[in-house]
Design a binder for this molecule. Structure first.
Ligand code: KIV
Ligand code: NA
Length: 277
């Protein structure tokens, strides 16, 4: 497999070949995305909930994000490696944002950064792209603003909201994003935005007509069984496997069937042993 570049993604969009993006949070998940044909690996700030046990993405710090980016980067070669700018790291002015984005690239080892928002982030996107830091946009449901949005709800269902989202997406494209994530919007709107833009759109809960799809690793794998959004499809059942592994191991220890003295333990030469006792 060849290295996926921004150009690769643009060609996939232009030739109508769907882009498969998946989140990763550590070395093994980054490795799996790389080995099994993912086009874009995203170190999403969903990291906060699915790996670190926070109750929203707003608790995640830049240092925590960079720590996980480094682990994913060590296992990632071919996919384009993108990471979320954590909450608060791109809101306090241009110089702060540039500094933080450069830390994500230099220390975190990611190739591009993603940020949530519309017209309010275009100035910073222009600035970053002018330095050659590629930026991915994210519109629709913005989890970093769950409080202001009164929860995790579908966006752009009314005409006014929908028109606003189209306008924001166009502004992001003009500012230089190489792609945009569309989260939790009606499928007709996902299709319309995809047709209006010339860069690839990546949907999550945005219907089947976007240039690609993204899901959260833990939702795909079924690592845990919390609330499941309508747009989630579970492709594996890791939770059952984990249960099988943990209960089997603990039971074997308790009944002393593990470890086996021959197959799973080290022998010692009899003559040597005589000198010990
Ligand atoms: O944080 C995340 O995982 C994301 C994707 C699901 C788009 O932003
Ligand atoms: Na995110």
């Amino acid at each position: 497999r060849k290295k996926v570049t921004i150009q690769t993604l643009q060609t996939m969009r232009d030739t109508n070949r769907p882009i498969a993006m998946l989140t990763a949070y550590d070395y093994p998940t980054g490795r799996a995305c790389d080995l099994h044909g993912i086009d874009i690996t995203l170190v999403g700030d969903s990291l906060a909930q699915v790996c670190l046990g926070y109750d929203s993405t707003t608790s995640l710090t830049l240092d925590e994000m960079i720590h996980h980016c480094r682990a994913v980067a060590r296992g990632s070669k071919n996919p384009l490696l993108v990471a979320d700018m954590p909450y608060g790291t791109y809101h306090t002015g241009g110089d702060d944002t540039v500094r933080n984005a450069i830390r994500m690239v230099r220390e975190g080892g990611v190739e591009a950064v993603k940020m949530e928002g519309g017209s309010e982030v275009v100035d910073i996107i222009r600035r970053l792209t002018s330095f050659g830091v590629p930026v991915m946009g994210h519109v629709g449901l913005l989890p970093q603003r769950h409080t202001a949005l009164s929860g995790y709800r579908v966006q752009g269902k009314d005409a006014r909201g929908a028109v606003g989202l189209v306008r924001n997406a166009l502004e992001l494209e003009k500012a230089g994003v190489f792609s945009i994530v569309l989260e939790a919007i009606p499928h007709r709107l996902g299709e319309l935005i995809t047709r209006r833009l010339s860069v690839p759109t990546i949907g999550i809960g945005a219907g089947p007509y976007t240039s690609g799809q993204v899901l959260v690793w833990d939702d795909v794998m079924g690592t845990w069984s919390g609330h499941q959004a309508k747009f989630v499809r579970r492709f594996a059942d890791v939770q059952s496997e984990a249960k099988r592994g943990v209960t089997g191991y603990a039971a074997a220890v308790r009944e002393r069937s593990f470890p086996d003295v021959e197959a799973e333990s080290y022998p010692m030469d009899d003559l040597e042993w005589q000198q010990v006792i």
